[in-house]
Design a protein around this ligand. Structure first.
Ligand code: TXA
Ligand code: MG
Length: 360
């Protein structure tokens, strides 16, 4: 079904929020900015709205959605039991890019939101537009990232339009998102915080706030295929159903080069040249330090090695740009896996579908 997608430009954010909130209250679906990426929201209590979200994205129905609320106290309407550690996490990181998986209060949201699980993922976004939209609509908003399934998450309203124009009721443009990668998804099991998906709140910050983080072999960081995910499942570690799907894939092939910093350049350049020799249109995702040393059809500066937050902020937009340019081979430099660098490398690995070479 094709619908007319209303677009509210950044100059009309105010009136956009008011109109979009009314559409949400009436069961419609609206894309909006958060501090991580754009989300595609609908009333989490309405099965019809949530069905439309899955259909617009082309998302498999066994991958549950995050419910977004405007105020921390509203979590009581969604979750059945909340323990002290969970409350500590909420007071430390909400509003902000942390999603907590909690036991769901039966009947609080449509079964489609939780994909039939007995848990619900909840977060309070820090973006003013998101919070006002939730507040004014009066709905808890089920909102996955506002991309077609398998495409990079949108960090600008125009990315949403590229993917979903004609499939959703509207897009509120609130400018570029900040973090650029999705929220960290955690679950507390047996008194320990398990990271199901690395993201905007780093492992180090979680550790500072609550002490120890359980050493789970995170299926998210290794699962590139359903088989790997189901192996991880057998270990009984809590997991995020989303991890088994290929995500964030650019249209072209991608190769990630990690390892010793001063040995990266010759390998990256050789792989790019070889792909060029095979007739590929080649792009390199480079650190600022190395950018002048590369030659390819496109060389993108992702930011300094010691500032992975810059690369995190721009990664998805650059992957989309590669698609637009018709790039069919991307070589990307790895970043150190500290701080937001861990989430960045997780997304780079997913985009590369496991193709990685370690220099050194
Ligand atoms: O930053 C974000 O988290 C963005 C913005 C829009 O808030 N949203 C987002 O949603 O990334 P989505 O649907 O693309 O990713 C949600 C992740 C998936 O990996 C899903 O499997 C996991 O959260 N998830 C949702 N409910 C869960 C649950 N009950 N148990 C375990 N994992 C869950
Ligand atoms: Mg997503």
């Amino acid at each position: 079904m094709t619908v007319t997608t209303k677009y509210w430009p950044a100059e009309q954010t105010r009136s956009g929020i008011i109109e979009a909130a009314a559409v949400l209250a009436a069961g419609g679906i609206i894309a909006f900015p958060t501090e991580t990426v754009y989300g595609l929201g609908g009333d989490a209590r309405s099965t019809e709205a949530v069905e439309r979200i899955f259909a617009a994205k082309g998302r498999p129905s066994d991958n549950p959605l995050i419910v977004h609320i405007a105020r921390s106290e509203d979590v009581e309407k969604l979750a059945e039991r909340i323990n002290d550690l969970e409350r500590e996490l909420m007071s430390a990181f909400w509003p902000g890019p942390l999603t907590l998986v909690l036991p769901v209060l039966p009947g609080a949201v449509s079964n489609l939101v939780t994909a039939g699980l007995d848990t619900v993922a909840v977060r309070v976004p820090a973006h003013e537009v998101a919070r006002e939209l939730i507040e004014q609509s009066g709905c808890p908003l089920a909102a996955p990232s506002a991309n077609r399934s398998g495409r990079p998450s949108p960090t600008q309203a125009r990315h949403v339009m590229e993917d979903l124009n004609g499939r959703i009721d509207g897009v509120v443009d609130g400018g570029e998102t900040g973090v650029g990668l999705e929220s960290t998804v955690v679950r507390v099991v047996d008194g320990k915080v398990h990271i199901l998906r690395p993201g905007g709140i780093t492992r180090e910050k979680l550790q500072d706030a609550v002490g120890s983080i359980a050493d789970v072999v995170s299926p998210e960081s290794t699962a590139h295929s359903a088989e790997v995910a189901s192996e991880a499942e057998q270990t009984h570690a809590p997991r995020s159903p989303g991890v088994k799907y290929a995500h964030y894939a650019p249209k072209g092939e991608m190769l990630l080069i990690t390892g010793e910093w001063d040995k990266l350049v010759p390998i990256v350049q050789a792989k790019a040249a070889a792909a060029g020799g095979r007739g590929c249109k080649v792009a390199i995702l480079s650190s600022t330090e190395h950018v002048a040393r590369y030659q390819a059809d496109a060389v993108f500066d992702c930011g300094p090695r010691e500032e992975p937050e810059k690369a995190a902020h721009s990664l998805y937009a650059l992957l989309r740009e590669c698609d637009e340019l018709g790039v069919n081979y991307i070589v990307a430099e790895g970043y150190p896996e500290e701080g937001i660098g861990a989430a960045l490398m997780n997304r780079l690995r997913k985009a590369a579908g496991g193709c990685e070479i370690t220099a050194g």
